[in-house]
Design a protein around this ligand. Sequence first.
Ligand code: ZN
Length: 342
Amino acid sequence: MLYDTDRIRALVDVRQLARRYWGEPAFERPLYAMYHCFVHVDRRASLSVRQDGYRCFGCGATGDAIKLLMLLSYSAERPEVAFCKACAELSDKLVGLSELTVPPPLAAWSGPPGADFQVALQTLSELAQRALFARGGQQALHWLCVTRGLNESVVRQAGLGWIDRLASAQYWQRVLTELGLRLAVSEGILLPWHSAGQWWGIKVRRPQAAHSLRYTQVTATDERRSEAFRPRLQGALYGVDDWQGERPRLLVEGELNCLSVRQVAADWLDVASIGSASAQLSDSWATRLSGASFWFDADSAGQAAAVRLAGQFTVTRLIGSTADANERLLDGSLRSFLQDAL
Ligand SMILES: [Zn+2]
């Protein structure tokens, strides 16, 4: 018996098969669902299942609907028998399904750089988020919650993650390779930059470096197009997606400053971060920043940024303080300081 394997691959949604065997995914997005891998011991949910197949970022396992069914239902059979049984079962499901019901092609790993990049960064960010809350991320989580004083709910809402590259370099290297991204990522806290509904990039911050803030801004290269494209953090505003409007607005320097302020003042204040004192903001932010207050670090770079941006936008006030938002969060004075200052 011959089976139309192309038709099976085009019409069967592997995500439905995965759901049948494993139930609800660890998390799900429009184009893929993530599960704990069935091939290796997997604490992170590294198995990405898409309409047309599955791929594990941990062990490299990959396959289509037929292979998955062979492994899960017919592994006791000889391979050629398992193949025929899997094809027969999947073909039965497709009886009566017209070719016209072929779903529109999904953005593939090799699709346009924009869409690819969105999916890749989202996947990378979600895997890092899971790693932060897994056993290997305990130290990083401790640094965020105890050393920096952030609540776990703020950390979760911000989607912070942990890249434990030193502990499992191969894992992250495989993730990046499979996502088609050639990235320079070091071990550290992953800060996702999501602004105005788009991924702009990620930053990785090494938690050990209290004073020399060594941020790694991700640079991605799409090898298939032999054309470099960079996530342009410059010009984005960190945290602006959470603005509710009609409230006092505050612009701060660093992302963690932004999260500190959000933690104590989210009930009455909208806060965003420019990421670094050297950031350039496009004039398109004028409407949202008009009338905002700026609070940058007391060092010379922060003060230069305050003067520069106050010249570009209509600022209501510049807040000065030798203690920054993180320090005030830790000593308990942040909320009352903001209430007095604004
Ligand atoms: Zn695996």
